[in-house]
Design a protein around this ligand. Structure first.
Ligand code: NDP
Length: 310
């Protein structure tokens, strides 16, 4: 029997583990399919406080993991295969292993959606990025493309004009999904132009180990052309990792866990990080909500929090 079982081992999960152990809770972290989460596929992290020289994503996660281990957090490297939140204590299956736990923190994160092109995968971190906040700085004075037509794409494009000399938004339709206010800001920005009705057929040039151009196809005319760019930011949405929790806690229309603070619709089950946050999606905001979830779990276990769910 654990006091708290944390599902996921990105910044949210591991920060909640540190706080839970420091409060002397018997704490299990189930690391999941991608131990360390999205930061392990990121290169330089320049915006995490405390690292003025910057730090590589995998190293940052290893340090946070080591900090959690130092306090006696137990790790299970498996993947959660089923959860039962209807009986107390809660039950969690990790393959063949079944554990009981007084509280649960869901910190399974989200994954950014990629186009799925081989060239895109090969050039990730070499000109292909999914985070303007993280990587925009590297494109100072360059021409970059942003893929997508939602709020995230337009926000990324607008942010990138701080660094890039030119930003081309590539969208598969001729109408943006982004809010009118965001659209206006982008349409009025002289550094931003648009390639409408266009899909990306290929990212050039893996042979050169850097991005040199996009091959675009106009979906109306069928014509293809090359758009020379130095970098590409993919902003076509994220998918929260909540398949396991459908029907177990309340999810919104896009599949994110609905939270108030870090409470979910089930008393004793909390959620932290990107799995409940489509808006900020930063390592530091995930870590912050992990801290909050652990404090909420502690209060719940101590019986100080009588509210059912929310
Ligand atoms: P959205 O789902 O809103 O938009 C995704 C965009 O990517 C759409 O324009 C979509 O095209 C396009 N797209 C999806 N799949 C593909 C594909 N395979 N190939 C090409 N294009 C594709 O996601 P966002 O990440 O933009 O936003 C997520 C949520 O976060 C939204 O609710 C948004 O409002 C919110 N948000 C708010 C912000 C703010 O208010 N400042 C900032 C960022 C996000 P199509 O339009 O044709 O479907």
């Amino acid at each position: 029997m654990y006091d708290v079982t944390i599902i996921g081992s990105g910044p949210a999960g591991l920060t909640s583990a540190i706080y839970a152990r420091r409060a002397e809770l018997a704490t299990l972290v189930v690391s999941g399919a991608q131990p360390g989460g999205q930061l392990t596929i990121t290169s330089a992290v320049d915006n995490y406080p405390g690292f003025p020289e910057g730090i590589e994503g995998p190293e940052l996660m290893e340090r946070i993991r080591a900090q959690a281990a130092k306090f006696g957090v137990e790790f299970d490297l498996g993947e959660v295969t089923a959860v039962d939140f209807e009986t107390k204590p809660f039950k969690i299956a990790i393959g063949k292993r079944n554990v009981e736990t007084r509280a649960v923190i869901i910190a399974t994160g989200s994954a950014c959606r990629w186009l799925g092109l081989e060239s895109e995968t090969k050039l990730r971190g070499k000109g292909v990025s999914a985070c303007a906040t993280c990587d925009g700085f590297f494109f100072t004075g360059k021409h970059v493309a942003v893929l997508g037509g939602g709020d995230a794409a337009i926000e990324e494009a607008t942010f990138l004009t701080r660094f890039a000399s030119r930003v081309t938004v590539v969208h598969r339709r001729e109408e943006l999904r982004a809010s009118k206010a965001m659209q206006k800001r982008a349409l009025d920005n002289p550094k931003i132009d648009f390639e409408w009705n266009s899909t990306v057929e290929d990212v050039l040039d893996p042979a050169k180990n850097k991005v040199t151009a996009l091959v675009l196809k106009n979906v109306k005319t069928g014509e293809t052309k090359e758009l020379p760019v130095d970098g590409v930011f993919v902003a076509i949405g994220h998918e929260p990792a909540t398949g396991l929790f459908k029907g177990k806690v309340e999810l919104d229309a896009k599949g994110y866990v609905v939270t108030r603070g870090t409470r979910t619709s089930v008393a004793g089950v909390f959620a932290a990080g990107d799995v409940q946050d489509p808006r900020y999606r930063q390592a530091i905001s995930a870590a912050g909500s992990g801290c909050q979830a652990a404090i909420e779990a502690l209060k719940f276990i101590a019986g100080e929090d009588a509210l059912p769910g929310w």
